[in-house]
Design a protein around this ligand. Structure first.
Ligand code: G3H
Ligand code: 13P
Ligand code: ZN
Length: 311
């Protein structure tokens, strides 16, 4: 069923588990994510970035938003588990308006690279537009910068818990993504992986709302190895360690954003399939090999987050 992100995440917040928010850009990823959630009897959030909107609309993001909505609606209506559609990293008001007009379940307004007051005012405006439509809003505080060895520069980009309190009170935002040391992509940590759990604990204490972890891919080494074996060149890839992700969930993360794990899995399996099936020309077989592997990794992540059986 097509669902409200807020309902999904408030239940997760109350019961102490996390729900996966998986990015998709095409039909195969969406098919796999919904199939996995259905098989695990789990609520799920599917997300399009602004880039995904453009891609789905073949250059036209508004067309892409409608395409995403219609596809998700069709899949959601055919299963019994809650499926919500979210705009990930909305940075431009027009993309947010497309999502609001189209019927997305939730939007993210990402002004995390702007000064605090600007982030606060911009988020407040989006909340005022979204809430009357029954659409919930996520914002981000601190920056998901790359990994820096220098602790003082790292600190300066991480969330300030006092600011988080003020931000949530004044904007009435529904979910908050606090920067605690993760970053997007396959290269998250130079050396030891460090997340700032003290900061996370305080942000939860002060805000009590569902919190979001961006850059939460674990970057499975076996998929990286598989990709490299079949011609990829990915060196030094490192994701969020399992124990760190578990701890973050225990401390109040309820939405876990995953894109890179799916990208690497799909690419690795496609490389393998194409190498081993050199005469194959049927896209259903080729893309199907990637899709089958996506179902497995999404099921695996759902179980890890504890949202299996929570539909
Ligand atoms: O957080 C970013 C997501 O991985 C989406 O990335 O902007 O390349 O679609 P994208
Ligand atoms: P990863 O790159 O770790 O998958 O993070 C995805 C994300 O944060 C999407 O918003
Ligand atoms: Zn993100």
């Amino acid at each position: 069923m097509y669902a409200s992100t807020k309902e999904i995440l408030e239940k997760a917040n109350k019961e102490g588990y996390a729900v996966g928010a998986f990015n998709f850009n095409d039909l195969e990823f969406l098919q796999a994510i919904v199939e996995a959630a259905d098989a695990e009897n789990a609520p799920v959030i599917v997300a399009t970035s602004e880039g995904a909107m453009k891609y789905l609309g073949n250059g036209d993001p508004f067309r892409g938003a409608r395409m995403a909505y219609e596809m998700v609606r069709t899949f959601a209506d055919s299963v019994n588990v809650p499926v919500a559609l979210h705009l990930d990293h909305g940075k431009h008001l027009e993309f947010i308006l497309y999502a609001l007009r189209t019927g997305y379940s939730s939007v993210m307004i990402d002004l995390s690279d702007k000064p605090f007051e600007e982030n606060l005012e911009g988020t407040k405006k989006v909340v005022e537009l979204a809430h009357p439509l029954g659409i919930s809003v996520e914002a981000e505080l601190g920056k998901l910068a790359g990994v820096e060895d220098n602790v003082s520069s790292r600190e300066s980009v991480l969330v300030d818990p006092e600011e988080a309190k003020k931000f949530v009170e004044e904007t009435n935002v529904d979910f908050l993504a606090p920067a605690i040391g993760t970053s997007h992509g396959a290269f998250k940590f130079k050396g030891e992986a460090k997340l700032d759990f003290e900061r996370l604990k305080k942000v939860k204490q002060y805000t009590k709302i569902p919190l979001v972890l961006h850059g939460a891919s674990m970057v499975p080494p076996e998929k990286v190895e598989l990709a490299n074996k079949y011609g990829a060149e990915i060196k030094g890839a490192k994701g969020v360690p399992a124990d760190a992700l578990k701890k973050a969930i225990e401390l109040g993360i309820n939405k876990v954003n995953v894109d890179t794990d799916l990208r690497i899995t799909f690419m690795a399996e496609l490389r393998k399939y194409l190498t081993e099936n050199r005469s194959q020309i049927d896209p259903r077989k080729i893309l199907g090999a990637g899709k089958d592997a996506l179902v497995e990794i999404v099921r695996d992540r759902i179980r890890f987050l504890g949202s299996n059986g929570k539909a």
